[in-house]
Structure formats: structure tokens, C-alpha cells
Design a protein around this ligand. Structure first.
Ligand SMILES: Cc1cc2nc3c(=O)[nH]c(=O)nc-3n(C[C@H](O)[C@H](O)[C@H](O)COP(=O)(O)OP(=O)(O)OC[C@H]3O[C@@H](n4cnc5c(N)ncnc54)[C@H](O)[C@@H]3O)c2cc1C
Length: 289
């Protein structure tokens, strides 16, 4: 199907112009970054917008940079660039794993990390990893800006006059390791379940902090708090990882939908949580060697 005709298309060259257009057309416009979610939705006529504002010509939003003690990812950073970035690989592996797990090469070449978050789709690979890292979105409008935690992103949180310019998180301290794993219906598909884990280890290999986030559940990714508690202040053993999987499956509410049954999702959580924690542990051991 073809999308409904659009009436206005703008390709602003700087952020000020983009913000001005965004404020002027507000609810009737959509921003387009990679178009990997927006265009399929418009073609299926699940969305229609009279005005499109194309962000692709904006300067200074294509980089991944360290600013003070933070990592800042610009709104035009594609999944492929995030997956390949050596600094993210080193300090925020969960996010590079998630970016690498998305779709196929064409989708990763065009789709942006921030577009994934702004889309607010529960079956997203990026959101659980961003939550595990404690990331925030920087939202700008013509007269100001604010930081919104990724945990708070749900439909309606981003005002139609705002543009997300950066994803930001505090650079993980030495000893922090993370990973993300997913299961989709097929390779290159959205996650039925995706799990991100982050663990901070002390010198003896004891975990001092653990975060486990489960995606692919409604209405948004959930923190598995009890599962994380089972792997905190301990030396991780395979028995503990299994216990964490059991705890996560028990505490996370799952849903039936066209992709999978609730029961299958719970089974995936039980099996993915130990696997992703084992991957985190392997990364710690590799570095400690
Ligand atoms: C074939 C295919 C396979 C896919 N597989 C996966 C998968 O395995 N896992 C997965 O998680 N996703 C998958 N996706 C979804 C897709 O990868 C992401 O949703 C996509 O990366 C979104 O980013 P984008 O830049 O393309 O966003 P766009 O489509 O350009 O925009 C998405 C939404 O976000 C808004 N938006 C974009 N940028 C901003 C901004 N800076 N500020 C405010 N609002 C903004 C837009 O207005 C729009 O509403 C797949 C998509 C396709 C087509």
C-alpha cells in the first residue's frame, strides 16, 4: 500500500530550524530519522502525517562522544554505527549487542538508536539495553530542554513540539560489564523476549550491583528486581544464574500476542536470563585475565 499523500516536507539544516518547524506543525507532523518504523507504519496506513520533518541534514547529531563523565549518542547515530563503536563495545556492550541484534543490515544502516526509543514499541531491542545502562533521552524544544529516563518513555511522554537530540548515560565505572540477548520468531526479527544485564564486579569477582531488564513484554521493558537481587553481593555461579532465571520468570508478567504465548515468553525469560548473565561473566573474566 502507498501512504496517504503528505502535504509538506521539510529538511532543516540546523536544530533551531527543526525545533521551530516542530513547534509550528506540532501534532500534525512526524519527524523522520531512519524511517524504518515510520515509513512501514505510513505505508500500512497505521499512521498518516500531513507534514514530515526530515532530521537527516542536521549537523552535530551523528556522533558518539564522551562529555565529562557521560556518553552521548546523537539522534542520527545508526544502529550499525552503534554496534561498531569501539568505546560502546568496551564500556556499554549491552547497547552494541542490542544494536547488532536489530533487523538486517539495511535496517541497521538506516535505523537510529534514538528513533527506536522514540517509537516506543515494546518489542524493541534498544530499550532494555538503554534502561540497564540508566540512560536518559535529551528532549529539546524551542525554549528549553529536559532529560527523561528511558524507563519513563511511553506513548505521549515526548511532546509533539520536542526533538530528542541525544541519548545519554554516565560512563560505566571500571568493573562494569553488560550484555544483551534476544529471541525473535526468525533471525532479523523483533524480539519476542530480549534481556539486558549489567553487573558491577569488585576485584575479587564479587558482584556489587546487578541490573536485569526484560523487553518484549507489555507495555514496556521491565526491571527484574528479584532476579537481580539473587546475583548481587555474591560470586556468580551457574546455580545462581539458574536461580536468577527462575526468579525473573516468576516476577515478570508476560502476554499472549500474535508473536508468542505468555507461557512461551516466560520460558524464554527463564532460559535467557542465565545466558545473558553468563555472557556478562565471560566478559568480566576475559578482561580480568
Ligand atoms: C524489516 C525491519 C526489521 C526490524 N527489526 C527490528 C528488530 O529486530 N529489533 C528492533 O528493535 N527493531 C526492529 N525494527 C524497527 C526499527 O529498527 C527501529 O524501530 C528503527 O530503528 C527506528 O529508528 P528510525 O531512525 O528508523 O526511526 P523513524 O522510523 O524515522 O522514526 C520512528 C518514530 O520516532 C520518531 N522520531 C525519530 N527520531 C526522533 C527524534 N530525534 N526525536 C523525536 N522523535 C523522533 C518519529 O517521528 C517516529 O514516530 C525493524 C524494522 C524493519 C523495517
Amino acid at each position: 500500500m502507498y501512504p496517504k499523500p503528505i502535504e509538506r516536507y521539510f529538511a532543516p539544516r540546523n536544530l533551531e530550524e527543526a525545533l521551530r518547524l516542530r513547534a509550528e506543525y506540532a501534532a500534525e507532523c512526524a519527524l523522520i530519522a531512519g524511517g524504518q518504523s515510520l515509513l512501514p507504519r505510513m505505508k500500512a496506513r497505521l499512521a498518516s502525517h500531513r507534514t514530515l520533518i526530515d532530521l537527516n541534514h542536521l549537523e552535530n547529531l551523528t556522533g558518539i562522544e564522551s562529555v565529562m563523565d557521560c556518553v552521548r549518542i546523537g539522534a542520527l547515530v545508526r544502529h550499525r554505527a552503534a554496534a561498531a563503536d569501539p568505546r560502546l563495545r568496551q564500556t556499554a556492550s549491552a547497547l552494541s549487542d542490542a544494536a547488532q541484534a536489530i533487523g538486517d543490515l539495511q535496517v541497521r544502516n538506516r535505523g537510529t538508536v534514538i528513533g527506536s526509543l522514540c517509537e516506543g514499541e515494546p518489542a524493541s531491542d534498544i530499550a532494555p539495553a538503554a534502561i540497564a545502562l540508566g540512560a536518559h533521552l535529551r528532549l529539546k524544544h524551542t525554549v528549553g530542554e529536559r532529560l527523561v529516563p528511558v524507563t519513563a518513555l511511553k506513548s505521549g511522554v515526548i511532546d509533539p513540539r520536542e526533538v530528542a537530540t541525544h541519548l545519554e548515560f554516565v560512563t560505566p565505572t571500571p568493573g562494569t560489564f553488560s550484555a544483551y540477548l534476544k529471541v525473535g520468531r526468525a533471525a532479523q526479527d523483533r524480539p519476542i523476549i530480549g534481556v539486558a544485564a549489567l553487573v558491577v564486579f569488585d576485584r575479587e569477582g564479587r558482584s556489587t550491583r546487578a541490573v536485569i531488564v526484560v523487553g518484549g513484554v507489555h507495555p514496556a521493558p521491565q526491571l527484574a528486581l528479584r532476579a537481580a537481587a539473587t546475583v548481587k553481593d555474591v560470586l556468580l555461579t551457574s546455580r545462581l544464574l539458574t536461580t536468577a532465571g527462575e526468579a525473573a520468570a516468576a516476577e515478570i508478567a508476560t502476554q499472549d500476542d500474535t508473536m508468542a504465548s505468555a507461557q512461551y515468553r516466560s520460558q524464554l525469560i527463564r532460559s535467557l536470563v542465565p545466558q545473558v548473565l553468563a555472557q556478562v561473566l565471560a566478559r568480566f573474566r576475559q578482561e580480568a585475565r
